[in-house]
Design a protein around this ligand. Structure first.
Ligand code: UT7
Length: 332
């Protein structure tokens, strides 16, 4: 059986910075509330006509491929995790493929929202283990801001969700001290409507009408308290599962990179596992919650900041819409 590793990571965020103070001008909120409840100080929102999910992803992908030290033409498969595709169909995989000049190779889209990148990592790992592919481009990217209700009625979501793209090259390896050790995937559809964006849904008689555009179902809806309570339980379970599967303990970890849902969730998990600050990477303060993009953006920044070294034991964990949740344990 072959083994896979993350060989390179990259990211791109739109240059349009939205601070908490900017939000106070369009809705009834405050910097204090947002920082205290979420840890977020600013986020990036896309510029219509300039940024697309595909072109942000292409920029992140070029960075990841360069850092992996390979030529773009060596990519033999694309996995694209997003809950906010540029088109209803086809998926974003083919759009980024076209931008990167990779026509002909397979492109798969994954719609597991916040845990999409880890679902994609697991799929990539299986393809590489079986020998089917050698260099898979895995992307997590979102434009959430165009589906947010930016009035006071939508403030609890509007202050959290944001836009950005991250990418990783998942590569076959025979390095002894580097590779994905295990991935763990879970979901519970009983909670599908606790965090969802219903419209434009296909099961309506008319998918899109002027009336639907003004309904709450046309915006992301989240029962924040319920999501929060499940998140803190599932994060712990799935991190423990990854450690136990590999006979490791939390003391063996060099770095935990949690999905950046809310800084309070990350801090709660950090405290439960009694990890020191330098072993948990957070950047939600600067970027908000970019759903499928948070983990690859965080990995890319952690790597840039020298917080990840070859061989380090790293745990990735995510929870979100579905509910779906996942983890991965790997040596960098
Ligand atoms: O990535 C996918 C997974 N997502 C998550 O994991 C998110 C999980 N949930 C959360 O992060 C939190 O539930 C939120 C940050 C969304 C909300 O925080 P909360 O502490 O659960 O606040 P709340 O919704 O219970 O609201 C508390 C109060 C309410 O006022 P009243 O009813 O107590 O008077 C809200 O109306 O805060 C009010 N509020 C706000 N005030 C100022 C809600 N949003 C805002 C706001 N600014 N942006």
């Amino acid at each position: 059986m072959k083994k896979s590793r993350i060989a390179g990571v990259g990211h791109y965020v739109p240059d349009n910075i939205i601070t908490n103070d900017d939000l106070t001008k369009i809705m009834d909120t405050s910097d204090e509330w947002i920082v205290e409840r979420t840890g977020i100080k600013q986020r990036r929102w896309f510029t219509p006509g300039k940024d697309t999910v595909a072109n942000m992803s292409a920029k992140a992908s070029k960075m990841a491929v360069e850092r992996a030290g390979i030529d773009m033409k060596e990519i033999d498969f694309i996995i694209f995790a997003t809950s906010t595709p540029d088109y209803f169909a086809p998926g974003n995989g083919v759009l980024v493929q076209r931008e990167l000049g990779l026509q002909g190779i397979g492109a798969l889209d994954i719609r597991n929202a916040c845990s999409g990148f880890l679902y994609g990592l697991s799929v990539a790992d299986q393809f590489i283990k079986t020998g089917m592919y050698k260099n898979i481009l895995l992307i997590g990217a979102e434009i959430q801001s165009s589906a947010l209700d930016k009035s006071t009625a939508g403030r609890s979501n509007a202050v959290i969700f944001a836009d950005g793209a991250g990418a990783a090259v998942i590569q076959v390896t025979d390095l002894e001290n580097s590779g994905i050790l295990s991935t763990h995937l879970h979901a519970d559809g009983d909670y599908a409507e606790e965090l969802y964006l219903k419209d434009p849904g296909s099961s309506r008689e008319v998918r899109l009408s002027p009336e639907i555009i003004n309904e709450p179902s046309f915006r992301m809806q989240m029962n924040g308290n319920v999501v929060f309570k499940h998140a803190i339980v599932r994060f712990q379970e799935v991190i423990n599962e990854a450690l136990a599967t590999n006979g490791k303990t939390k003391d063996d970890l060099d770095l935990l990179v949690p999905h950046q849902a809310n800084l309070r969730i990350s801090q709660y998990i950090q405290q439960k596992f009694q990890l020191p600050d330098e072993k948990v990477f957070n950047n939600i303060m600067h970027y908000g919650n970019t759903t499928a993009a948070t983990i690859p953006i965080a990995l890319s920044e952690a790597w840039e900041q020298g917080k990840i070294q070859e061989g380090d034991l790293i745990c990735l964990a995510a929870f979100g819409s579905g509910f779906s949740w996942a983890s991965a344990l790997l040596n960098w």
